[in-house]
Ligand binder design. Structure first.
Ligand code: DGJ
Length: 341
């Protein structure tokens, strides 16, 4: 009898173990309030992600808590908030995010500084230069009315700051607003930005130290008004995901594919599917994270234009069918789908 009882206990325990997930599900819930490991709302908008030595670093716009409409820009709905600088969060699992601080703070006194809080500091991206061993940040720096249209550069020898600001420029002598960076497998890096008053997307090879434009650049999708570029590479082909140009309001995403970063690009259409796919799930692209060789996660911002600090994040797996990509809406998904553990 005792033997039968202990066998039953073993069978029951095995059954329970098979019903319990081997590791706890960590769900990504797009559009909800995301808290950091201190319990504060994550403030990293228009951001990008760097994977470095086993840790993910998420850099984004650290928005001030006071959205206002800028009356000095009557031509479009120019909602603004004071620029707080660039924040950084770190994580090992893409779900638990530790606030590493504001790694490029805005300037509080000097009104002539690009980084003064009254200016625009948007879409920061950081890549690592293996040769100089520097973390290099580029970001969109602008005047309060978006008239300056320039790119700023900052460097640091640690991913968690503080970054040293080196200054700004109009790369290749033209306007630059929404932007991203892409580091290729051969170590070359590119700056991709909306230029010519947002009408044309420039792709510009950077110098070997990643601090300046090399002078080699291409003009892509002329007069197509593409913003919010996010670039990644899959099986030797290059992809650029972007949005249309409607201020803080959502519009339809589009992606294009090329055999080389400097073009020619073939427009493929809208990669989104499911509920609200025609308006990018009420979001706007900001980055595509590649995990290992085959997994991708598309990152979007869901702007809240009258309360910008309270804008939310949409992260979704990005999958391939041949050369075509699909980003399907899901209320919630287990991060294991992307990071595999
Ligand atoms: C759309 C851009 O993608 C955002 O980064 C921001 O600049 C807004 N426009 C401002 O309206």
């Amino acid at each position: 009898m005792k033997k039968i009882f202990s066998s039953l206990v073993i069978i029951f325990s095995l059954l329970m173990a098979s019903c319990t997930p081997s590791s706890e599900a960590r769900m990504v819930k797009s559009g909800e309030v995301w808290l950091d490991t201190d319990g504060n709302m994550i403030n990293a908008h228009g951001g990008g992600m760097l994977y470095h030595e086993g840790t993910y670093y998420w850099y984004g716009e650290y928005k001030g808590d006071s959205t206002y409409w800028n009356p000095r820009v009557p031509s479009w709905e120019c909602y603004r908030t004071e620029a707080g600088g660039v924040s950084c969060y770190s994580s090992k699992n893409l779900v638990d995010w530790k606030f590493e601080g504001v790694v490029l703070p805005s300037e509080q006194e000097d009104v002539t500084s690009d980084l003064h809080y009254s200016n625009v500091l948007e879409r920061p991206k950081v890549i690592y230069n293996d040769a100089t061993k520097q973390f290099v940040m580029w970001l969109h720096v602008d005047s309060h009315d978006y008239g300056k249209a320039a790119s700023g550069v900052a460097v640091c020898d640690s991913p968690t700051g503080k970054f040293e600001y080196l200054g700004s420029m109009r790369p290749n002598g033209e306007m630059a607003r929404d932007m991203t960076l892409f580091k290729d497998d051969d170590g070359r890096a590119y700056h991709i930005y909306s230029s010519e008053d947002n009408s044309t997307l420039y792709i510009s090879l950077l110098t070997d130290d990643y601090l300046r434009p090399s002078g080699h650049f291409t003009r892509n999708f002329p007069r197509a008004f593409r913003e919010a570029p996010a670039v990644f590479k899959h099986k030797g082909k290059y992809y650029v995901l972007s949005s249309g140009c409607t201020g803080w309001d959502p519009n339809q995403a589009q992606y294009a594919v090329a055999d080389s970063m400097l073009g020619e690009w073939t427009v493929m259409g809208n990669p989104c599917s499911g509920k609200d796919a025609h308006i990018t799930f009420y979001g706007q692209s900001t980055h595509v994270l590649k995990v290992g060789e085959e997994s991708y996660m598309a990152m979007f911002d869901r702007w809240n234009k009258t309360d910008l600090i309270n804008s939310r994040y949409i992260w979704l797996p990005l999958t391939f069918k041949g050369d075509s990509i699909d980003i399907a809406w899901q209320e919630a998904w287990d991060v294991k789908v992307v990071i595999g553990k």
